[in-house]
Design a protein around this ligand. Structure first.
Ligand code: CP
Length: 332
């Protein structure tokens, strides 16, 4: 040991893990694995109250006055970032907004130092998006603030799944329960964190999920989950579905050779009126966005009366208001 230097003490891994687990259960939303059906239903009830706030002339309540929410987006976003910021401000929280492209990351500052810098300005909760799976979890080790995962790599996008399920429950005719409902997810399942979180959530709530796409974009290991089936036929996927969710082809995450051509993809997997004729009479059309119109679904279907794509975006605000409220002042 160098004379005069501080002795190094190694952390007890078991104690660290116990601390991690307590923190994670108490106040983070990293994925939906440890959320029970009852907790999700309670969150949806809170979202109903928040939706009423968003229908008022003055769309603001003091529920989170004195709290600060930091939005840390290391990857692009339109919907998620704006709706979390709207959700925080509608509850009178202060918002610190960080965009990686305009930050000192470009000057070589590390992720940890970036977080510690922002943390020095006292935030109570961070909403984090990163291209690398596990980064939101890693950040829980470097801050005492709560962490909400706004999308990490291909792994999870829990608030998107929550708002998708919430939107279905509010728009499917005579909705009473998720039990026995069928969600068909069509497209680039391989690269989709939205698909993974929706599988986790909808099966937990009692629904069946059918995944559809070219074999190169359809990971076979997802078949191991209960109530999940895989198919290469878009017609088979749509058969009797209560909602059909089209996914974007994530060209930015795709290596060469996964698709013969966009034209072939459109011919075999585009969600069209012909495909929707196989679905339940009241079936809804969903897309988490951003959407490549006339690639993963036809413009006619996207603009049809069955489409709830804009309602998904609108519902993102009350659902995220409920998430912020539940983690900061409520009980999860
Ligand atoms: N659905 C979704 O995550 O959209 P953004 O990338 O625009 O946030």
């Amino acid at each position: 040991m160098i004379k005069g230097s501080t002795p190094v003490t190694l952390a007890d891994p078991a104690a660290e893990k116990a601390k991690d687990e307590t923190q994670r259960k108490r106040k983070h939303l990293l994925d939906l694995a440890d959320w029970t059906k009852e907790e999700v239903e309670a969150l949806f009830n809170t979202a109903d109250v928040m939706a009423q706030v968003m229908e008022r002339t003055i769309k603001k309540v003091p529920a989170l006055q004195g709290f600060t929410v930091g939005t840390l987006f290391f990857e692009n976003s339109t919907r998620t970032k704006l709706s979390f910021e709207r959700a925080a401000r509608a509850q009178s929280a202060d918002v610190m907004s960080f965009a990686a492209g305009a930050s000192s990351l470009a000057k070589g500052e590390s992720l940890k130092d970036t977080l510690r810098t922002i943390d020095a300005m006292q935030s109570d909760l961070y909403v984090v998006r990163h291209a690398v799976a596990g980064v939101p979890y890693q950040l829980t080790r470097w801050t005492d603030a709560a962490i909400v995962n706004a999308g990490d790599g291909r792994r999870a996008h829990p608030t998107q799944a929550l708002l998708d399920a919430y939107t279905f429950s509010k728009n499917f005719a005579d909705f009473d329960s998720f039990e026995g409902k069928k969600l068909a997810i069509v497209g680039d399942v391989m690269h989709s964190r939205v698909a993974r979180s929706n599988i986790e959530l909808w099966t937990k709530l009692g629904a069946e999920v059918t995944l559809c796409g070219p074999s190169t974009l359809l990971p076979r290991e997802l078949e191991q989950f209960q109530n999940v089936t895989l198919t290469n036929s878009v017609y088979e996927a749509a058969e009797g579905a209560h909602t059909v969710m089209a996914l974007r082809l994530q060209n930015e995450r795709m290596g060469a050779g996964l698709l013969p051509s966009i034209a072939e993809y459109q011919a075999r997997y585009q969600v069209t009126e012909e495909v929707m004729a196989y679905a339940h009479d009241n079936a809804l059309i969903m897309h988490p966005g951003p959407m490549n119109r006339d690639v993963e679904l036809s413009g006619t279907v996207a603009d049809s009366g069955r489409s709830v794509i804009e309602k998904q975006v609108a519902n993102g605000v009350p659902v995220r208001m409920a998430v912020l409220y539940t983690l900061l002042v409520g009980k999860k």
